[in-house]
Every structure is written in C-alpha cells, then in structure tokens.
Write a protein of this length. Structure first.
Length: 114
C-alpha cells in the first residue's frame, strides 16, 4: 500500500515561491506517473502537474511557466517548485498517482496573499 506525505506549504505573498515535497512510502520506480493536485475551497480537486517515470512532464494551463514538477527516485520523493505565486493558487495541495489513485494523504496548505 502506497502512502503519501505532503509537506512544504505555507503562507506567502503574491509573487513568492514555495517548494512542495511528497514522500512516497515505497519505491516509485514501479509507478508509471505521479502528479500534484490541488483543491481550493468550494472547488473540485484538479491536477496541476504530472511526471512520468521517464521524466516527461505535463502541466495545467494555470501552472505552465510557473510550476516545475520533479522526482528524486533515490529519495522516493516528488517535488513541486512553485514560482510567481498568485492568490488563485491558494489551495490544499496533494500528490497521488496518475490514473489509478491511492489513498490521499493529508495534503499541504498553500495560502497566497495579495
């Protein structure tokens, strides 16, 4: 059973940066792709960035040019570098597989003030 632990969120002013981390409980070699998702108050959870085992990446339009997803297989960790943050990026951020989801972690809160 894969367990996911997100961290790195916080309170930041617009234009600032944060780096989120997702520790995966077992080797992610066997997982085809991982993604970062977010859920803002009153909205559905959405996928913002994805990375395959081959390091290919894909981003939601809202994240393109500002967010960078990466993975460290030695540390079983997926990262999301977020730059030029906007108030509309405020949400709880989660990581999970792409496709067949596993149990969600607790997420990490990102709050961007104007």
């Amino acid at each position: 059973q894969v367990q996911l632990v997100e961290s790195g969120g916080g309170l930041v002013q617009a234009g600032g940066s944060l780096r989120l981390s997702c520790a995966v409980s077992r080797s992610i070699f066997s997982i085809n792709a991982m993604g970062w998702y977010r859920q803002a108050p009153g909205k559905q959870r959405e996928l913002v960035a994805a990375i395959t085992s081959g390091e290919s990446t894909n981003y939601a339009d809202s994240a393109k040019g500002r967010f960078t997803i990466s993975r460290d297989k030695a540390k079983n960790t997926v990262y999301l570098q977020m730059n030029s943050l906007k108030p509309e990026d405020t949400a709880v951020y989660y990581c999970n597989r792409i496709g067949v989801l596993v149990t969600w972690g607790q997420g990490t809160q990102v709050t961007v003030t104007s």
